[in-house]
Write a protein that binds this ligand. Sequence first.
Ligand SMILES: [Zn+2]
Length: 111
Amino acid sequence: MPEIKKTSKVFRTHNLMTLLFSIPLLGCFAYLYLMEGMHAVIHPVYVMIAAFPVLIAGLWLQNRRWTRFKCPDCGKLLERSLKLDGEPLTFHCEKCDIKWDTGFTDQMDST
Ligand SMILES: [Zn+2]
């Protein structure tokens, strides 16, 4: 029976990355909203084109965060697949026999 330990590392990284990716996206949306009906310095299509890779990168990094985790005790990279079953999002390190509880649940909104 593995020992269950809680880790706040995923939670902290999640909040930091959400903040880092939200700022440019909110900036793009604010620009599009404020420039509506006005002669925009940057055409709105270019703003949307610039926002798209930020959105894709954010989603890709979030997917990696839910599927890969480095064991804080031994440093081994632990991988799991998304099940989206609503169960706690955990990573099991067989070497340390520890199940790391990230505090998230395995579902679409991941809260
Ligand atoms: Zn370990």
